[in-house]
Design a protein around this ligand. Structure first.
Ligand code: PLP
Ligand SMILES: N[C@@H](CCOP(=O)(O)O)C(=O)O
Length: 460
């Protein structure tokens, strides 16, 4: 399988090169040139597999012959050995719906599913092919700590994480800044997550700098992130339907950068029986407005009780647009030119109709988020984190509904306490963080400041 850019400006590359490239060198995002199609018989057979074995089967066609099957299997085994749940991503019944618990990894958020794998994959490629990597990532709270946990202490890898100062939860900040390994650098940015993501993409678009500094991406601009996230859609479907290919289910996905729900979209295109994909946002509703109107228009970012989703410009939306417009890179370029010139892009009526058949969408405000945490706790004693609560609210009373639980509630205990008057017991990985020493530096949201810090640190 080869990977092409959504903007058509890079020659097709293989899996390892796609992972190393992160953002495509023409500023677009890398996507597979074709998607494997899974038959009902294959779905039934794979429904009995352990998470790790399912991951191996699903990833194999995307990786091609670039890694041997045994090396890939070993990477997958090691990546999920760090999860505390034997099933890796268990599916639990909560009232009339299913909750897909994605928070049993080292940093208690869904990001671990992909970032444990990506950290090991980077290390594997360095040992095999030589070189070094300097990762630069932007986080609204969860990617940062998961990426750090994926690469801390690894040889020939350094990581620089930009997080919006004062806009992540106290626990999330500590999960990053208490990691004192020499290869970890946290930057508290005076700005928003969108500023951080824009700066990261600006660094990647400077191809001379990208090569000279061996820059690598851990955000969902990196194809390997999306690939690893596809797996749990198949796994959840198998648990709920017992592998009956005639049974379609719906997924409700709290959405910010559009990576998680895009993985669900790919799963559906590969043949997974999915009824509805429900795109749930907080008050930062650019994506829900797009589904409703066909207009994608940026605006100011609002601080909410679900801070990891306080995002305006959703990276993976570009990958979805590429599929929406029939894999036409010229059209994608035009649409993004319009977005950068006028702050909005508009799709045709026919395309909007397809968007509506791909997704249902709902924006959920802070009051409804708190009510949902309260209602679910009162009805079933289950504590939702605020992001997950948004997905549950948007999913409503649909039958055969799986809600993605994207973070452990203890990461957002201030919100949980406001909703139900008590806190969620933290998993071992979150205990004692507030007492540990921390290290980070503060910078303005300014490309020169970030580039200088990067260069000076690398020269040291
Ligand atoms: C807890 C949590 N839920 C949901 C999301 C949204 O996921 P995505 O950005 O892939 O849409 C994020 C951040 O990305 C998150 O950290
Ligand atoms: N919510 C994310 C934002 C970055 O998203 P990513 O999936 O592109 O890494 C976070 O918690 O950092």
């Amino acid at each position: 399988m080869k990977y092409v850019s959504t903007r058509g400006g890079v020659p097709p590359v293989g899996f390892a090169e796609a992972v190393r490239m992160g953002l495509a060198d023409d500023g677009g995002l890398l996507v597979p040139d074709a998607l494997p199609q899974l038959s009902p018989d294959t779905l039934r057979d794979w429904s009995r597999l352990r998470f790790q074995d399912l991951a191996l089967e699903l990833m194999t066609p995307f990786v091609g012959d670039e890694l041997s099957r045994s090396d890939l299997a070993d990477l997958i085994e090691r990546s999920y050995a760090s999860f505390t749940a034997p099933e890796v991503t268990p599916v639990v019944e909560v009232g009339s719906r299913w909750v897909l618990e994605l928070f049993h990894g080292p940093t208690a958020a869904f990001k671990d599913v992909a970032l444990q794998f990506l950290g090991n994959l980077f290390e594997y490629l360095l040992v095999r092919d030589g070189g070094e990597l300097n990762i630069v990532g932007a986080t609204s709270g969860d990617t940062g700590s998961a990426a750090i946990a994926g690469v801390r202490g690894k040889d020939r890898i350094r990581i620089f994480v930009l997080f919006p100062k004062g806009r992540v939860s106290p626990i999330q900040e500590r999960q990053m800044t208490t990691v004192l390994d020499a290869n970890v650098h946290n930057i508290a940015l005076r700005g928003s997550f969108d500023d951080a993501q824009r700066l990261v993409k600006t660094l990647f678009r400077d191809l001379a700098l990208k090569r000279e500094c061996h820059l690598a991406a851990v955000n969902s601009i990196n194809w390997a992130r999306i690939l690893a996230q596809v797996v749990y859609y198949f796994y959840a479907w198998a648990r709920v339907t017992d592998g009956n290919p005639d049974r379609a289910i719906s997924f409700s996905v709290p959405t910010g950068n559009f990576g998680d729900i895009f993985a669900g979209f790919l799963a559906k295109r590969m043949g997974l029986p999915v009824d509805r994909l429900i795109l749930a946002t907080n008050r930062n509703d650019i994506l829900t407005r797009f589904v409703e109107t066909g207009v994608y228009e940026t605006g100011p970012v609002h601080a909410t009780l679900s801070p990891a989703m306080d995002i305006q410009v959703a990276s993976n939306f570009e990958r979805y647009l590429y599929f929406l417009v029939g894999q036409d890179p010229d059209r994608v370029r035009c649409l993004f030119d319009a977005l950068s010139r006028h702050g909005r892009l508009i799709v045709t009526e026919a395309e909007q109709a397809r968007v509506k058949s791909d997704f249902a969408a709902m924006a959920v405000d802070d009051d409804a988020t708190l009510s949902q945490i309260r209602e679910t706790f009162t009805a079933s004693g289950y504590i939702l984190d605020p992001h997950t609560a948004i997905g549950v609210r948007a999913g409503g009373d649909r039958r055969d509904l799986v809600c993605l639980a994207t973070a452990h509630p203890a990461k957002f205990n201030e919100v949980v306490h406001r909703a139900i008057g008590r806190e969620a017991p933290p998993p071992a990985s979150l205990r004692g963080l507030m007492e540990r020493p921390i290290r980070s530096i503060e910078l303005g949201a300014d490309i020169d400041a970030v580039r200088d810090f990067l260069r000076e640190t690398l020269e040291r």
